[in-house]
Design a protein around this ligand. Structure first.
Ligand code: PLP
Ligand code: COI
Length: 362
C-alpha cells in the first residue's frame, strides 16, 4: 500500500446497507459534526492480545455502565487527516507519527501497545472504503480520530484487561469558526492543565477535561482559546487547548521546549523543520509570559501562531494576560505564519511537491 509498510493483519469487512447522504455544501462542514459510513474496530484481551480487526457500519456501540473508561478515564486518542489532491487522489500527512505518538500515550496510561503497521493498514483500508467522504473543497478534509479505551466492567482502580481500538472519521472544515482569520487567546492564570510527570504529553481525554474550565472562562471573555502556563510556577508558556504555540520575536521563531507537560505536536515538529530549512533562527526553550509581554512592549513581538492538525496554522490576533491585551501584527496573519500555512497545506493537499517526504498516498 504505502510501499514502506508490510500489511498483514486480517480485517473483516461488513459494508453498510444504508449509506448516508454526503454533505452537500462542503464549505459549511464545521468541525467534527458529521461521521462517515464505516468505522474500524479491534479488541484486546489480556492473554489474547489484539484481535478481531474489522470494519463495520458506523454506529452506536454498547458497553457496560461499569466500563472502566467511564469511571477512571483510561483512554487515549489521535487526530489526523486525509486530504484530496487536485487529481482526485487521497493522501495522508505523516500518519506514522500519529500512531507512534499513540503508543507513547498508551505507555503512560498502561494501555497495551499497538503495531504501527497494523494501525496504518486499518487507516488505509478504512479510508479506502469511505473514500467518497474525503471532501473535494479547498480547506476541507477528512478528520480521522483513532482512539482506545478500557472496557472491563469493573469498579476497582487498575489498568484494564479489555480494550477497544477504534477509528472514526468526520469530513470537516476549519476548526475555528474564524478560519484563517486570527484567533483571540486568553492566558489562564488561575487553573493549570498539566504538570511534568503527569499526562500532559499524552493525548488523553483527561487533559481536555482539565482544560474545559479555562476554555469556558475564555469564552465568557469573548476569547476563543486558552493559553496554558506551567503548573508549578505558573509563568512559563505551555500550549493552547488544541494546538502548540509559536512566537516570532525580533525575527527569531520561539516555541516552548517539550518537557513532559505539553503535547509533542506533529504540526509543531514540521513547522520547526520548515523554519530551519528556510534559514530562520528557531529556538525551543522555556519562555515566560512576562518575556512575551516585554517583547510586545519593546515592539519586538512580530507574530504569534498556533499549530495543530485540526487548527493547521492559526494566527493569533489578540493575546490577553490579566489586564494586558496584546494586539499582534495588527490582527493580521504575519509573513512566517502565512508561509508555513501555504507550504504545509500546499504539501498536504498535493499542490506543492513533497520536498520533506511527509506525504503518504492512499
Ligand atoms: N496540543 C494539543 C493539546 C492538541 O490537542 C493538539 C492537537 O492535536 C496539538 C497540540 C497539536 O498536535 P498535532 O500538530 O500533532 O495535531
Ligand atoms: C487535533 O488537532 O487533532 C486535535 O486533537 C484537536 C482536538 C482536540 C479537536
Amino acid at each position: 500500500l504505502s510501499g514502506r509498510n508490510v500489511f498483514t493483519m486480517e480485517i473483516k469487512i461488513e459494508k453498510t446497507k444504508t449509506p448516508k447522504a454526503k454533505p452537500v455544501d462542503e464549505t459549511k462542514l464545521g468541525f467534527g459534526h458529521i461521521f462517515t459510513d464505516h468505522m474500524f474496530v479491534m479488541e484486546y484481551d489480556t492473554g489474547k492480545g489484539w484481535h478481531d480487526a474489522r470494519i463495520v457500519p458506523y454506529g452506536d456501540i454498547s458497553i457496560s455502565p461499569a466500563a472502566m473508561v467511564l469511571h477512571y478515564g483510561q483512554e487515549i486518542f489521535e487526530g489526523m487527516k486525509a486530504y484530496r489532491t487536485p487529481d482526485g487522489s487521497i493522501q495522508f500527512f505523516r500518519p506514522e507519527e500519529n500512531f507512534k505518538r499513540m503508543n507513547i500515550s498508551a505507555e503512560r496510561l498502561v494501555i497495551p501497545q499497538l503495531n504501527v503497521d497494523d494501525c496504518l493498514q486499518a487507516l488505509h483500508e478504512l479510508v479506502k472504503i469511505d473514500a467518497d467522504w474525503v471532501p473535494h473543497t479547498d480547506g476541507a478534509s477528512l478528520y480521522i480520530r483513532p482512539f482506545i479505551f478500557a472496557a472491563d466492567p469493573f469498579l476497582g482502580v487498575r489498568p484494564g484487561d479489555k480494550y477497544y481500538f477504534m477509528i472514526i472519521m468526520s469530513p470537516s472544515g476549519a476548526y475555528y469558526a474564524s478560519g484563517l482569520d486570527p484567533v483571540n487567546i486568553y492566558v489562564e492564570t488561575n487553573y493549570v492543565r498539566a504538570v511534568r510527570g503527569g499526562m500532559g504529553f499524552t493525548k488523553t481525554g483527561g487533559n481536555y477535561a482539565a482544560s474545559l474550565i479555562g476554555q469556558d472562562e475564555a469564552h465568557k471573555q469573548n476569547y476563543s482559546q486558552v493559553l496554558w502556563l506551567d503548573g508549578v510556577e505558573r509563568k512559563y508558556i505551555e500550549e493552547v487547548g488544541a494546538m502548540n504555540i509559536f512566537f516570532v520575536i525580533d525575527g527569531e521563531v520561539v516555541t516552548p521546549a517539550l518537557q513532559g507537560s505539553i503535547l509533542s505536536g506533529i504540526t509543531r515538529k514540521s513547522s520547526i523543520e520548515l523554519c530551519k530549512k528556510w534559514g530562520l533562527k528557531v529556538s525551543e526553550k522555556r519562555i515566560t509570559i512576562q518575556e512575551i509581554a516585554d517583547a510586545y512592549d519593546a515592539g519586538k513581538l512580530n507574530e504569534v501562531f498556533g499549530t495543530g492538525t485540526a487548527a493547521v496554522i492559526s494566527p493569533v490576533g489578540h493575546l490577553k494576560w490579566g489586564d494586558k491585551v496584546m494586539l499582534i501584527n495588527n490582527n493580521k496573519i504575519g509573513p512566517i505564519s502565512q508561509r508555513l500555512y501555504d507550504t504545509m497545506t500546499g504539501m498536504q493537499y498535493g499542490k506543492l511537491p513533497d520536498e520533506m517526504g511527509w506525504i503518504e498516498k492512499l
